[in-house]
Design a protein around this ligand. Structure first.
Ligand code: HEM
Length: 280
């Protein structure tokens, strides 16, 4: 009996040691692995990946903003910079200045996030900052990036090659343009082959503009009342105007039930400089 219980004790000791080793190993693996959410936001990566949410929030300052003491208004830049720093592992924040160019907004955010709820948290906390409390939202757009549907290597090899071979040249873009787009039920009821043909006709005249226009597409169907958020950066607004004229005359345009409305034009500045410009 006694020998048996010692053996039992030995067995349970060995089992205990093995269990402890397994737990320690698992724990060290967990420590070595970066947390899925932490330190994951890299600008060039998040801006080129599919499955990334984009939240665009346009703000108009309230008249009360001008009554906030000048020093407090100037401190807002640091307050917003601190908020961006706090959320830098969860969201990529871009801020643009529209005051002087738009009626319904003074500035707008573009938040890119792998997890939409993280973008929501950032925007919620922004509303508690001094400038956030003194601004009204004039528009919000939500979308998500996806792989190409039509102009892929398989379905449209020549245009796909044209897309990937052209690059933006010239000075860093100073202007941003956001154009929401909604297409008709008739569009969505075309066959895939018909839509492919239309999108090829869309792509042909646009390729020459890749040297002066940077573009990004977010899909919004079901997430918002529009189908797409189109986002552009350019230094050449005349080229951009010509690009839009050439797209206005392709047959795809007949399927647009919304093209802009609003189109939002702003300047590209650091978040700090946007708030400083609004604090003057
Ligand atoms: C440099 C200029 C541009 C280029 C190279 C370009 C190219 C393309 C390409 C290749 C696609 C197809 C994506 C796919 O295969 O899924 C596309 C889609 C789209 N483009 Fe453009 N585009 C440009 C400018 C514009 C402009 C100015 C607008 C209008 C505001 C626009 C609106 C759209 C929309 C809404 C889609 C999605 C259409 C759909 O999936 O039904 N694009 N573009």
């Amino acid at each position: 009996m006694r020998r048996l219980s010692i053996r039992n004790l030995q067995v349970s000791l060995v089992t205990g040691i093995i269990a402890a080793m397994v737990i320690m190993q698992t724990a060290s693996v967990a420590v070595q692995q970066p947390a899925t959410d932490a330190t994951m936001i890299e600008r060039s990566k998040i801006l080129s990946q599919p499955g990334v949410f984009g939240v665009f929030t346009m703000f108009k300052l309230k008249p009360e903003w001008n009554k906030v003491p000048a020093t407090e208004r100037m401190d807002s830049a640091a307050e917003v910079a601190k908020l961006i720093e706090k959320h830098k592992d969860n969201v990529l924040v871009d801020l643009y200045l529209t005051r002087g160019l738009e009626t319904n907004s003074d500035f707008f955010f573009r938040i890119n996030a792998y997890d939409l709820a993280k973008a929501q948290t950032f925007m919620r906390e922004f509303r508690s900052t001094t400038i956030g409390k003194n601004a009204d939202i004039s528009d919000t757009l939500v979308g998500v990036t996806k792989p190409l549907n039509y102009i892929t290597k398989d379905k449209s090899p020549d245009l796909n090659a044209g897309l990937s071979s052209a690059t933006y040249i010239g000075d860093a873009p100073r202007y941003v343009i956001v154009i929401p787009v909604k297409k008709s039920a008739e569009w969505w009821n075309l066959t895939f082959e018909q839509r492919l043909k239309e999108m090829e006709t869309h792509t042909v005249p646009t390729l020459p503009y890749l040297v002066n226009v940077k573009r990004k597409l977010y899909h919004s169907t079901g997430l918002d009342d529009i189908d797409f958020i189109t986002y552009f950066e350019t230094n050449d607004l005349i080229a951009f105007n010509n690009l839009l004229i050439s797209l206005a005359s392709v047959p795809e345009n007949k399927y647009h039930v919304r093209w802009g409305n609003p189109t939002t034009l702003g300047t590209i500045l650091s978040p700090e400089n946007v708030i400083k410009a609004l604090s003057e």
